[in-house]
Design a protein around this ligand. Structure first.
Ligand code: PLP
Length: 459
């Protein structure tokens, strides 16, 4: 009958998944034993449905990217229309296509300051690698080829291609397979005082300024940071931090790269994260939210002065991906931005930020293990402590955050524990930007019930 046929198909998919599909950022041994957690088949708004018909709230927009939510037919239509016209067109050797041109113009008009040109990629890691290469190349053109080093921050996540992985500081990713490039340094994040140059600060050696002075500004190409750190634990910088880094970069003639892969396109309640602090980076990388995940697209926005130097170059700019400026992806990006503006999504993010803040405050008031909640726009996190007053962590073997996330999952809410393998108990929340008040309340209720249900287990 129908039911057993469905069961058979499902079992076959599970077996093939276990056998043939090596999953990213997954424990292979567990995966081949247990198979896929869910096999997603469709979605609508904040909900995703698995092939067996169960619906879940996507509390993290999958990988912080499905910003307009699932089932946005207009994005599907835009892709279909463009793809029906043109399979693909090269952007190499001066070929171009209309969606890529129009999106470039749109991105420039949306982005802060004089970020006035774009280089396309297919994702965040490629964008950050591209930013590093453009930064180094810029300094070569400026007659300073020795300016090659990159400073990133501790807890940063910039992706997994070899240069981006080296800049990434989340240990599992940074160390994976031992692949590293040379000349990448990590500073302690958010030490405002020493960014400003207080050498008497006991943490001075962890500061960007210390690294610059030790290595020599003449050897440093760029500083990269996420305006709000995402995968490293959802950390919002203190007021003044980004401004201080920007000033320091100016002072030492170092390029400032903002990684807006998560923050970009409304996630934090402004179009781009840097707008909260009024700074304009020299290079700004984006991906994810530019298409709400409906197509693979990323890129680097480039400041006018850097663009002017690059376009003076009279030989091949020998960098580019087959899919740089993919016509379908760019058409989806354009439609995505059109919807963001038309539906005033950024305003919704600002409104819903208040609801999410209320929700997390409620959880902190109710559960003594919940602390350090942080919310900027619809990018949020909170932590679990065995004793929050003394900030005593849970025994790492308890895996407190993983347990709570599992409980939420059992109650049909998908969340994510960050850096659990390092003993952290941080839970991320980043729902689609289209979420409403009732849906936020439902999420908070599920988290509330889940914490209550596993509290005994954690102690
Ligand atoms: N930068 C940031 C801030 C990210 O969060 C991510 C992915 O999560 C990346 C870069 C890497 O992007 P991708 O996975 O598209 O290569």
């Amino acid at each position: 009958d129908q039911f057993s046929l469905k069961q058979t198909i499902y079992q076959e998919l599970v077996e093939w998944d276990k056998k043939y599909f090596l999953h990213p950022t997954t424990v292979p041994k567990t995966h081949v034993e247990q198979g896929p957690k869910l096999i997603f088949s469709e979605g609508n708004g904040i909900y995703v449905t698995d092939i067996r018909g169960e619906s879940y709230i996507d509390g993290i927009s999958m990988l912080w990217n499905v910003n307009l939510g699932h089932g946005q037919k207009e994005l599907a239509e835009a892709a279909k229309e463009q793809m029906s016209k043109l399979a693909f067109s090269s952007s190499f050797v001066s070929y171009s296509n209309e969606p890529a041109i129009r999106l470039a113009e749109k991105l420039v008009s949306l982005s802060p300051g004089d970020l006035n040109a774009v280089f396309y990629t297919s994702g965040g890691s490629e964008s950050n690698d591209t930013a590093f290469k453009l930064a180094r190349f810029y300094w070569q053109l400026k007659g300073k080829p020795e300016k090659t080093k990159i400073i990133a921050l501790e807890r940063s996540y910039h992706g997994v291609t070899i240069a981006a992985q080296t800049a990434t500081n989340v240990p599992a990713f940074h160390e994976f397979s031992g692949s590293q490039i040379s000349g990448v340094f990590h500073a302690k994040p958010h030490l405002t005082h020493c960014e400003l140059g207080e050498r008497s600060d006991p943490n001075y050696e962890g500061c960007i300024r210390y690294i610059v002075e030790k290595e020599g500004a003449d050897t440093i190409a760029a500083v990269i940071l996420e305006p709000v750190q995402g995968s490293g634990g959802v950390y919002i910088p203190p007021e003044g931090y980004l401004q201080a880094v920007c000033k320091l970069c100016d002072e030492y003639n170092i390029l400032f790269i903002a990684d807006e892969v998560i923050c970009g396109f409304g996630r934090t309640g402004t179009m781009f994260g840097v707008e909260h602090w009024g700074v304009v980076p020299d290079l700004m990388t984006f991906a994810k939210g530019v298409t709400s995940g409906y197509a693979q697209l990323g890129g680097v926005l480039i400041k006018q002065s850097i663009r002017d130097t690059l376009v003076e170059y009279d030989d091949v700019l020998a960098h580019g991906f087959t899919y740089s400026g993919h016509s379908t992806a760019c058409a989806v990006g354009l439609k995505n931005i059109e919807i963001l503006e038309r539906e005033q999504i950024v305003q919704n993010v600002k409104n819903m930020e208040q609801e999410l803040k209320k929700g997390l405050k409620y959880l902190e008031d109710k559960h003594t293990i919940v602390a350090k909640s942080r919310v900027i726009g619809l990018l949020a996190g909170f932590e679990l402590f065995a004793d929050r007053d003394s900030e005593t962590p849970f025994d790492p073997t308890v895996k407190a955050a993983v347990k709570v996330v599992e409980e939420c999952f059992n109650r049909k809410l998908i969340l994510r524990a960050l850096r659990a393998n390092e003993g952290h108990n941080i839970i991320a929340i980043s729902p689609p930007l289209t979420i409403n008040k009732d849906e936020i309340e439902t999420m908070i209720q599920i988290i509330d019930d889940s914490i209550a249900a596993c509290k005994q287990d954690l102690m």
